[in-house]
Design a protein around this ligand. Sequence first.
Ligand SMILES: [Zn+2]
Ligand SMILES: [Zn+2]
Length: 262
Amino acid sequence: MLSLPFLSRLYSQSVTVSITKLEHGFWVLEGSDYTTMYLIEGMKKALLIDTGRDIEGLDSLVHRITDKPLIVVLTHAHFDHAGNIGSFPAIWMHPADTVLLQREYRGTINFVNDGDKFDLGDVTIEVSHMPGHTPGSIVLLDKKNGRCFSGDAFGANHVWLQLKPHVPLQIYVQSCSKMEKLMDDGIQKLYCGHYIYAKRPYDKSYITAMRELAEALLNGTAPDAKPYPQKVGCLTPMFVTHGPATIVFDPESLHEDIINKK
Ligand SMILES: [Zn+2]
Ligand SMILES: [Zn+2]
């Protein structure tokens, strides 16, 4: 493990990045500000998944790990995943999340959508659209190695669905079902966008618990909701838990969804 200190531009705090090689050609980069990036190196190209919040010199750090031409892909455009895009000349992201980009970006924004593929040489990374946490959340599939990089699409123990712009809960149920199907078809390990909370990949039982809980919320059969301690995204966020899965939601917009469904 390599640990390097960096000065944060915004908060004048020192953000430390820990780099761990998880498997051959596959690293996790963890910021001390609870952010997570993954780096995949193929024979021809490398792909960086997310850019953290505010890590000075992320580009040179990545280029110390790999000398391959780099593709940078955002799982979604929240500031803790897109904060450092300014270090890179081009990024790839889903168009539905451009409204969430908080900083001016002078580089090239390329759009991805469901089914798009990045050929890294001996490994191909495929995009799958999974709206819920944000409208443009994607997961990145490495089918050859049975891996999925899920950003915040299914959270890290908790998924935040209370944020704006709001995505109907029914859409999140569909994303969970789609992910379950992918896990039936060979994806075994799901690496979330805040690795510190999991410290291991999730398996299908996590996604199934998420889907069951989301369906129960829609049908009014979920366990009693409790107030969520962090007031993020709305004034009165609530949460429900089922096995390993917790969903944080806005009771106001959840009600709207039920009405819209009828
Ligand atoms: Zn997020
Ligand atoms: Zn996040």
